[in-house]
Design a protein around this ligand. Structure first.
Ligand code: TUI
Length: 308
């Protein structure tokens, strides 16, 4: 399928894998890119040297383009930004903030820059600042979320900017992809479905938790202090939400979550750890290879879009 995004990024299929902390490392990113989508290495809170190594390891697996996501709240964001220039990363996505201060250095290095936006205002600002496309991410997503739904955000961003729009949040199959295209998207970004990919190094307990999840199994912690995080309900969210309701200060709540995502993803502690996942987790029923996932979604979406 050809779209503005496949042309811009030199990829075969308009499916992008989200840059998820701890999960989106070189095995997953390379597998998605090898299957024709765009794999993304999630820099998250990792040091710049780790990011450089992951880029190089991914490049040993596939010659197809691979991107990197910069989580702008990271203490290493400046160093990571520089590594991406040195490594000539073809596609850079950003999350959890405004990447304005890096735009010039990345653009002059020849990278395509694609910020995640959670509002029309930020989409407009990013376009003015030179973004090559934007990812309109709805509140259905896992992890750090904005307020607008994908259904409402995507068409409004579509109307507000001229650059291509990638829809994210709540998309897990070909129906979701076709729907996003109807709303004006030129590509989709999926996270949760790729967490359970065979090539994902995520702990089996975490994958199993997603596969067993039901439609209303997600909770949002941190709303009271302006850092909302969507994750699957467990002992951790129960305690956190209770403390939040009691008005426990932000600093104390933060202490509860230190290392909690790693505990879930790497060690498989899905009871006390943070199990970030989107609302679409309830739809995801099996572990498949990235190639199977991409082929299945593309076939389903193409059939639906043909029926128009
Ligand atoms: O970034 C994400 N999702 C994430 S990042 C993450 S790691 C983390 N762990 C603990 C605490 C905080 C983060 C887990 N999930 N998605 C992209 C995204 N960006 N969603 C929403 C936004 C966003 C929100 C506001 C982007 C820009 C923005 O504007 C703020 C500004 O500065 O204008």
């Amino acid at each position: 399928m050809k779209t503005k995004i496949t042309e811009l990024l030199h990829i075969k299929t308009p499916i992008i894998q989200g840059g998820m902390a701890w999960v989106a490392e070189h095995h997953l990113a390379a597998a998605v890119s090898a299957a024709g989508g765009l794999g993304i290495i999630g820099a998250a809170n990792a040091p710049a040297d780790w990011v450089r190594e992951e880029i190089r390891k991914a490049r040993e697996i596939t010659d197809n383009p691979i991107g990197v996501n910069v989580m702008l709240l990271s203490p290493y964001a400046d160093e990571v930004a520089q590594v991406l220039v040195e490594e000539r990363v073809p596609v850079i996505t950003t999350g959890a903030g405004n990447p304005g201060k890096y735009m010039e250095m990345w653009k002059s290095a020849g990278s395509k820059v694609i910020p995640v936006v959670a509002s029309v205002a930020l989409a407009r600002m990013m376009e003015r600042g030179g973004a090559d496309a934007v990812i309109a991410e709805g509140t259905e997503s896992g992890g750090h979320i904005g307020a607008a739904t994908t259904m409402t955000l995507v068409p409004q961003v579509r109307d507000a900017v001229k650059v291509p729009v990638i829809a994210a949040g709540g998309i897990g199959d070909g129906r979701g992809m076709a729907a996003a295209f109807m709303l004006g998207a030129d590509a989709v970004q999926l996270g949760t479905r790729f967490v359970v990919a065979k090539e994902s190094i995520c702990h089996e307990n975490y994958k199993e938790r997603i596969i067993k999840a039901k439609d209303i199994d997600s909770a949002v912690t941190g709303r009271s202090h302006g850092h909302p995080i969507r994750q699957l309900r467990n002992q951790m969210t129960k305690e956190y939400l209770k403390k939040e309701q009691e008005g426990v200060p932000f600093e104390e709540l933060e202490l509860m979550t230190v290392g909690a995502l790693r505990n879930a993803v790497v060690d498989g502690d899905v009871k006390h750890g943070t199990v970030m996942a989107g609302q679409i987790a309830g739809l995801i029923s099996k572990e498949q290879t990235c190639q199977e996932i991409i082929e299945e979604i593309m076939k389903e979406a193409a059939d639906l879009l043909k029926e128009r």
